[in-house]
Design a protein around this ligand. Structure first.
Ligand code: FMN
Length: 362
């Protein structure tokens, strides 16, 4: 039997904050989840090493001795579905609205900081867990091992689970189809044949496939969801959308309001924003990009970065991506406190398990 998730990650409660790069996971949110007894995870994808050092140091200090994790994305490039001229033309109207110049599209082989360098900077600044999404963790395993940090890898199939464990992952996150944000699929490619296994079916199959602790992700918004995940054999949960609703998250009230208003069928998978499939609430930006096509990962994200920045600055939820899971409607009516939320979730999970057990016939 493998070591329990909580012992391995040195946390009190088996609740992991999803590292959400690009703003949602602020140092305050990460620190609050860790202080609350879960694992605060900072999404460092797309940052510079200096920015990683500063933000992680802030989170580690505010966590008051509790462990802090970081998350990077290890996706390989994808094929474009359009060209530079068509993308520029497709976004012309949006750019005019925001007063933006014609875009300086990034070169096809724009230099990016290697994931291992970002992780090394985070570990130097005090992070103690390394989480990866969208790929095989091999590029960061050595740097994590050298620092004694466990590696947590997110997958969408049992075959991917076997692969990440063979590559050195100590914990597997089983990401169900319900999940908000990018699909972590990396073995079968990002095409139309995307594996779409729901959390309920995926978790037990991943548990059977590997002997390391498994964490469930996708659609978990409350204590009942945590209880269900544990019943399916997971040792914990990773939650993204629910933590967006807390007051420490980096998203705006307009974004939170869209999450609260979501119904069961309100989200869709789009490839337009980054060139890789991701789940969110459709808006003018995603509908435009679905029509225009994309320049592939990682070029597409860089090509529309100025539009996203302008939309966030204007707090215009029609023009920045509204990533969220299929259970987004369970977002708190009022922003709540992330530190307190961890304890509430655990209390509700215990309560659900007690009540459900007591009500079983026979
Ligand atoms: C706004 C947002 C941003 C995300 N960014 C990342 C990321 O940077 N890295 C990552 O591994 N997963 C990311 N995810 C996916 C989460 O790891 C996780 O699979 C998902 O949030 C679980 O589903 P839920 O949103 O229903 O809780 C993101 C999810 C959301 C909602």
């Amino acid at each position: 039997m493998s070591e329990h998730l909580c012992d391995l990650l040195k946390i009190r409660y088996p609740v992991l904050l999803a590292g959400m790069a690009g703003g949602p996971t602020t140092p305050e949110l990460v620190a609050a989840v860790s202080r609350g007894g879960g694992l605060g995870v900072f999404g460092i994808n797309g940052m510079t090493t200096d920015a990683v050092r500063a933000a992680v140091a802030t989170a580690v200090e505010a966590a008051g001795g509790a462990p802090v994790g970081v998350n990077v994305l290890l996706a390989g490039p994808t094929e474009p579905t359009t060209d530079d001229t068509a993308l520029t033309e497709g976004l012309r109207g949006v750019r005019i609205c925001f007063g933006l110049e014609a875009p300086m599209l990034p070169p096809a082989a724009a230099p990016r900081t290697a994931a291992a360098d970002l992780v090394a900077a985070a570990l130097e600044a005090g992070a103690s867990v390394v989480s990866v999404g969208l790929g095989d963790p091999t590029p960061v395993v050595d740097v994590a091992r050298a620092a004694g940090a466990p590696v947590v890898a997110m997958v969408t199939t049992a075959a991917e689970a076997e692969r990440v464990v063979a590559s050195g992952a100590d914990v597997v996150v089983a990401q169900g189809w319900e999940a908000g944000g990018h699909r972590s699929t990396f073995l079968s490619g990002p095409g139309d044949d995307l594996p779409s296994i729901g959390t309920f079916a995926l978790v037990p199959q991943v548990v059977r496939a590997v002997s390391v602790p498994v964490v469930a992700a996708g659609g978990v918004m409350d204590g009942a969801g945590i209880a269900a995940a544990l019943c399916l054999g997971a040792q914990g949960v990773q939650m993204g959308t629910r933590f967006l609703g807390t007051r420490q998250s980096g998203i705006s009230e307009a974004y939170r309001e869209r999450l609260r208003a979501a119904g069961d069928d309100s989200t869709r998978i789009t490839r337009g924003v980054s060139g890789r499939p991701a789940r969110g609430i459709p808006n003018t930006l995603t509908r435009t990009l679905d029509e225009t096509g994309h320049l592939g990962w990682p070029r597409q994200a860089a090509a529309i970065a100025d539009v996203r920045r302008a939309a966030v600055a204007a707090d215009d939820p029609e023009h920045f991506p509204l990533w969220g899971g299929q259970n987004a409607g369970a977002t708190a009516r009022e922003p709540d406190d992330a530190e307190h939320l961890v304890a509430t979730l655990m209390h509700d999970a215990r309560d659900t398990l007690r009540r459900t057990g007591a009500s079983l016939p026979g």
